[in-house]
Design a protein around this ligand. Structure first.
Ligand code: CTP
Ligand code: CA
Length: 220
């Protein structure tokens, strides 16, 4: 790897959670902070890539001039932004924790507290990675993430195939210090016919491990 290994390459990344509005003051979200996605964006940019970072709501910022940030809130907005840039990108990295469902109806006024129970009907969001998988060209490389609590490898492998990914990064929630909001992470990278395990590391170093393997595959 040289300091400009990704020069001339466009990397499209999704990061962070999505927020699905319930009414003007509430939403459905998740614990993703975006740290892993932003760490990857920084490293790709340092290596010369032209990075488009489609980011859900996070507290993170980047100063790197090689990163263009497209802020979005909902899964639907994230999908539209991704579609806009997908064709021009050589590498797609789906690091966002996209909400799987959204409220069927968004109330235009704050929902007032009433009875003992409240039911909110949800409808499925588009699976961005899977939709993109259907239009992936031979020269494009795609990376997904998975966070599982059981049957980890089997579930991740199924996602690899279903979403037409070239590799999937499995995050462990079991290991202390790994997962949401931590600065460290412990990953396993799964490809169609290989599995790579890594130690608990800083997210910046995890980003480097992921990028090393991507580079081996696209240049090798
Ligand atoms: N993903 C996506 N769009 C969605 C849901 C997921 O692009 N609507 C992407 C994620 O960014 C990740 C990969 O798909 O790279 C796997 O996400 P995950 O939530 O683990 O998989 P799901 O297919 O949603 O399955 P489940 O949540 O039921 O485990
Ligand atoms: Ca999901």
């Amino acid at each position: 790897m040289t300091e400009k290994s990704f020069k001339g390459r466009v990397v499209l990344l999704t990061a962070g959670p999505t927020h699905e509005p319930i009414d003007p003051v509430r939403f459905i979200g998740n614990h993703s902070t975006g740290k892993m996605g932003y760490a990857l964006a920084e490293r790709f940019a340092q290596l010369g890539a032209d990075v488009i970072l489609v980011s859900g709501p996070t507290n993170l910022h980047t100063q790197h001039t090689g990163i263009r940030v497209k802020d979005v809130t909902t899964a639907d907005e994230m999908y539209k932004a991704v579609l806009k840039y997908a064709e021009t990108a050589d590498i797609w990295v789906f690091a966002a924790a996209v909400a799987d469902y959204r409220p069927k109806v968004v109330a235009d006024k704050k929902i007032k507290k009433a009875g003992q129970e409240l039911t909110i009907e949800l409808v499925k969001n588009v699976d961005i990675a899977a939709a993109l998988g259907k239009q992936k060209k031979e020269w494009q490389f795609s990376v997904g993430f998975a966070l599982e609590t059981d049957n980890e490898s089997a579930n991740a492998k199924e996602k690899l195939s279903k979403k037409n990914l070239d590799m999937i990064v499995l995050n462990s929630l079991k290991d202390p210090g790994a997962g949401f909001a931590h600065d460290t992470n412990k990953i396993t990278i799964i490809e169609q016919d290989a599995t790579h395990t890594f130690e608990l590391k800083k997210k910046s170093e995890v980003a480097q491990d992921i990028i090393n393997l991507i580079l081996e595959r696209i240049d090798g």
